[in-house]
Design a protein around this ligand. Structure first.
Ligand SMILES: *Cc1c(COP(=O)(O)O)cnc(C)c1O
Length: 396
């Protein structure tokens, strides 16, 4: 297979023509700090899109998650239920506050937090008051079940919608299910400012607190007066200019990502693999990343230790690391499934809750058999067909 001349990325920024206009205007007007009309405008646009009352634009999604953890009142020694199969940014802020994450296993229907395991976690840790829930790869979690369990136990949900901005569940936008919700404008997300994030909420007091905390918690006095600990988390008006220019293209990006997902799905027909699943009846993903999982009986041997991997090729079978190697050799970028948090050395000391009598850890299984495919919205159909052929060849 010949190599792609231009690298095919997993998910790279796609810039249009509006961004530079807003950046130039901000520079011309000398509005280059952490206040300005671009910030006001992206906050308004995000509220409109997600249907929430307040939003606070911050330097990154991780900062927004940190603010959400503080808003939820998480204190040292508290247990917090967290999605296990996610990016570490979902969980790190829990530990910034010296709380104890308890990882909840994944389910196969959406690759998100398993409500059955969550219910069991409340039996084991009945005092838990906060759940941090991710919508992985742009696919909404089982919201009805999870919200009902949270309500029953009086727990607050923080929805990490960093990857799922623009997705919906039963018509309700991703990023509107928790008391405090987070989106990200990191360079690889569905729309980007190169960086940036946002906290979304319907709670006016909460939004005011984040405005204050994120600008060093200055009190209303002539001099710098501080009664609470502060953070320098506010977004720049220049970054906000880029995000503002990206907003009109959100739906277009989603449509491109959807077409990529569907082309893979069609292209893999007949192979012992399936795409990352979603609840087709109730949810509309934003299709941020297209992923696949190999049927158990079509897996060749693949052994991973902490940092390296080995696999044995076998006729008619393959494994993620063989496919990823072949994709990389063709000058394209795939990635393993986000390695579950309980498997991370930094997080292995915390508890992990699966279903009762579970015979497999679902996150471990998806990590072992799944991978993220090149999902860049600038990838051409011809380039994608080559990727599909590479995957097909792995099963010869
Ligand atoms: C990207 C991401 C974040 C963090 O967002 P940043 O803006 O990069 O800080 C948090 N959670 C998930 C699931 C993400 O993918």
């Amino acid at each position: 297979m010949e190599k792609f001349k231009n690298k095919v990325w997993l998910s790279s920024p796609t810039v249009h023509s509006e961004e530079i206009k807003y950046i130039t205007k901000a520079l011309e007007d000398n509005w280059v700090s952490t206040v300005g009309e671009n910030i006001d405008e992206i906050e308004r646009l995000a509220c409109e899109k997600v249907g929430c009352k307040y939003s606070v634009a911050l330097g990154c999604g991780t900062a927004a998650l940190h603010m959400a953890i503080k808003l939820a009142g998480v204190k040292e020694g508290d247990t917090v239920f967290c999605s296990d199969m996610t990016f570490a940014a979902t969980v790190n802020p829990v530990v910034y506050e010296k709380a104890l994450p308890v990882f909840i296993d994944t389910e196969y229907d959406t690759w998100n937090m398993d409500p059955v395991a969550l219910e069991r976690a409340f039996e084991l840790y009945p005092d838990t008051k906060v759940i941090v829930l991710v919508d992985l790869y742009g696919t909404p979690a089982k919201m009805d079940e999870i919200c009902a369990i949270a309500d029953k136990h009086g727990a607050v949900i923080i929805e990490d919608a960093a990857e799922s901005f623009g997705a919906t569940y039963k018509g309700k936008p991703s990023g509107s299910f928790g008391a405090y919700n987070v989106i990200s404008f990191n360079g690889n997300k569905i729309i980007t400012g190169s960086s940036g994030g946002m906290l979304l909420t319907d709670d006016e007091k909460a939004a005011k607190k984040v405005q204050k905390w994120s600008t060093q918690s200055r009190e209303n006095a002539n001099w710098y007066q501080h009664e609470e600990i502060g953070y320098n988390y506010r977004i720049s008006n220049i970054i906000a200019a880029i995000i503002r220019g990206q907003f009109p293209h959100l739906e277009e990006h989603i449509a491109q990502k959807k077409a990529i997902y569907e082309r893979y799905k069609e292209g893999f027909k007949g192979l012992p693999v399936s795409m990352n699943p979603f609840d087709e009846e109730n949810s509309v993903p934003n299709y941020w990343l297209s992923c696949m999982i190999i049927d158990e009986d079509a897996m060749c041997e693949q052994v991973r230790d902490a940092l390296t991997t080995q696999y044995k090729t076998e006729k008619g079978k393959s494994c993620p690391d063989e496919i990823l190697e072949k994709i990389e050799n063709a000058n394209a970028q795939g990635r393993p499934i986000w390695k579950p948090m309980h498997m991370q050395p930094i997080y292995s000391k915390y508890d992990m809750v699966t279903r009762e009598n579970a015979t497999v850890n679902v996150g471990e299984d998806i990590f072992q058999r799944g991978l993220c495919l090149p999902s860049d919205n600038k990838m051409t159909p011809e380039e994608q067909d080559k990727i599909i052929q590479i995957v097909r060849d792995c099963f010869n």
